[in-house]
Design a protein around this ligand. Sequence first.
Ligand SMILES: [Zn+2]
Length: 583
Amino acid sequence: MIPAEFINEVKDRNDITDVIGGYVNLKRSGRNSKGLCPFHSEKTPSFTVYGDTSSFYCFGCQTAGDVITFISKIENLDYVEAVKFLANRAGLVVPEEGKNDGLSHMRLRIKEQNREAGRFFYKSLYSPAGKQALEYFHSRGLTDEIIRRFGLGWSPDGWDQLVSHLNGLGYKREEILAADLGFTSRKGGLIDRFRNRVMFPIIDIQGNVVAFGGRKFTEDAGGGKYVNTSDTLIYKKTNQLFAMNIAKNDKTRELILCEGYMDVIALHQAGFTNAVAALGTAVTPQQARLLHKYADRVVLSQDGDEAGQKSIARSIPIMKAEGLDVRVLQITGAKDPDEFIRKFGPERFKRLLEGCSNDIEYSILRIGGKYDISTDDGRLHYLREVCDYLSGLGTLEREVYASRIADRLHIEKSAVLSQADASARRREKSEKEKEFREMARNTAGIGSKVNPDRSAHLKGSTAEYALLEMLFSHQDLIKKAADMLPPEQFVTEFGRRVYSKFIEIVDSGQELTVSLLSREFSESETAEIIRIVNSGESRGTGDFGELIEIIRTEHSTPRPQDAAKLSPDELLEQMNRLRKKKT
Ligand SMILES: [Zn+2]
């Protein structure tokens, strides 16, 4: 265990706005800062950092917490590791190693097992029984050298070959389950997760084998085309990229993002050692960040099929939000890079890379492919869709591409631009309306799982929230409040629990902080508390008596109303009235 005083010092020495500013481009607004959320994909910033309360909150995905939570989420670390990370950042030395900490021990055991499993699969590939799997790799053009470099392997056919190998090395059932290398059969036995598949180890940038992908290579084998390790204590699919451990050494600051393991390996074998693959369909914000660590430009190389094109469309905005220069590779004459290189050779592929279009050209081309512009109807539909797309671009880009589209359709550039403007206004209006509706519903707690009583007792709960916010910033008032209003008189169950915790913490002589509260409440409850204590009213203490009176009255004579039945406008008006307490 790391002593609490040390954790406090770590927090003091790591200003939350500074730390988060290293990951998110933050803009100051008043005493707080805002930016694009690193945990979900968005175009308008709803991720807020509160310097006063040392906390953050995302209005889009409700992710929230203190500086340690932020680091553990973004770096995928557990609590202790996140504290160490921040201690390092501030130049502090962690006093005592968290010896035999249950979780870190388990992580270590998973890492070791994965390394063993990787060796086992590689050995099996070169055993007589692995002949067919090895032939498969050779038939796909892979050399033994590249097989070794990627640590490819074969998981033997059978039920528990790896499991018994691991047992023999002293790994226990729960450890094998935690690594997802085995699973419990219907009869209760432990069986291999991967059976008769060619194996691709996924290695993180520190060089640890963190997961495996197993691909079916014979028709008679059962199951789907791929079996993959599920998320474990050391692996999160959305945070990793296949072959990043090798590609990170490439010095070109350019990465090629492929669809599958085989594409990546084929490219590496042909000399393109900057190829990686995402392990899901579209790129996640975390993966985009990892890409940006090693590259300024990413070339998307996805299959030409529907699924591949969809994944490009979803990935482009996420990578652009991260600040990456995005290019899209268009392969003609082959279905993927692997096939292309085998057919035409690496030189042709290199030229393909050099000539690939940027994301805007690609998107415009894509839209063009959907319509027959030799007909009036086709031209009209094309213009509408392409202008809708243009409306989402910056002014300069809009100018440049409007000219090209105008030329293609033989119309005036101004016509394209005005159509794009109209589109932009429509979009902005509908986005604003949507945001407004969402906000009204959120503030009124409609559909809230954390505080289900709130929307039915809007008046009482609004007073509760206002009181809690006031008490958080004027902690000397908590004792007085407790004397005047016992927790039992709170209207909502959640408000009551938070209020009781406030009193309990202050009674024990501690300072009330978001970090302390986050240890007492669940993640979503903590998020709600962070929203409450930062709701930005920065009220004085003038309403103190009145708020207590409202809560007391609402408790003794409840007048429930269903906020969910109000329109967004009525709702907002009501909320404003309640906050200004002119009821
Ligand atoms: Zn978010």
